[in-house]
Design a protein around this ligand. Sequence first.
Ligand code: BDR
Ligand code: CA
Length: 328
Amino acid sequence: MTGAGSNGAGEPRPSVDRRPRPVVLDCDPGHDDALAILLALARPELQVLAVTTVAGNAPLERTTRNALRVLTLLGRTDVPVASGAERPLVRAPWIPVEFHGQSGLDGADLPEPAVRPVAEDAIELTARVVREAANPVTLVPTGPLTNIALFLRAHPRLVPRIGAISLMGGSLGEGNTTAAAEFNLWSDPEAAAIVFEAGIPILMSGLDVTHQALVLPPDIARLEHVGGRTGRVFADLLRFFAVHHRQRYGWDGPPIHDAVAVARLVEPGLVMSRRLRVDVETAGELTRGRTVADPEGLSGRPPNAEVGLAIDRERFVDLLVEAVASFA
Ligand code: BDR
Ligand code: CA
């Protein structure tokens, strides 16, 4: 609802738009993608218009099946699901099985999908919901950016209907796939470059912030306790996702990368960020997919991203626990 009010002293209050923000979740579930879907569906601030899938954490057929299984678990098979790109624009596909297992969502007993994907592909479904939406739509990509780049290229007239892109990807510091790059950006750097150059405001949640978004054993116990079957399934997923992070980083809990891209739409103060110009390296041999920030403005190009740098971890965990509880 939109409208100007009064503070009782006769001063007009600035109007606040309380309508839910329409979003399209573009994902490659993926344990943390599953939590991003859960959080988006739980929150009244967001209206999930569609879920689209891309190859990334697993081949496309599996990420699509996983999205459908998560929606079936949550009783939200009314949300249309469409599958998209089977491989990156230019590069060869590469699947990181150690983090998410062979299925892409190993470790828990998820139901079989109760529905099938819609007949449209991811690009067509995104175009339709963006065209039909009353307000500009926010895209929330949490996998390689292939579908988003294809959509922007195929539907330039719809670009002004995209209000923002809140993406998980990139890093100003360490990489997690190479020394220089994070997985989603490394997987399809050409697609990522198209997205960062599209002129759409970007909320970038890269490893700088998502490596702080850890869910620790007591958090997993809380979530399991409040969530009935949903809690048990997500606790099992989190315990599986923790294993490789413990081996590789020595952390007690896994980082829930993708849910950060959703959480910062729900609570704008949750993530501390800096407005920067960020471009994507596509030519470098050692630096493929590196997100290069320009804090001094040396390129003379305008800032294009609010880059997440720090997060209130405890509040983030509360949001996840509340989300699980809402589906108990
Ligand atoms: C990203 O890669 C995937 O493993 C996760 O789902 C997340 O989107 C983190 O680099
Ligand atoms: Ca992901």
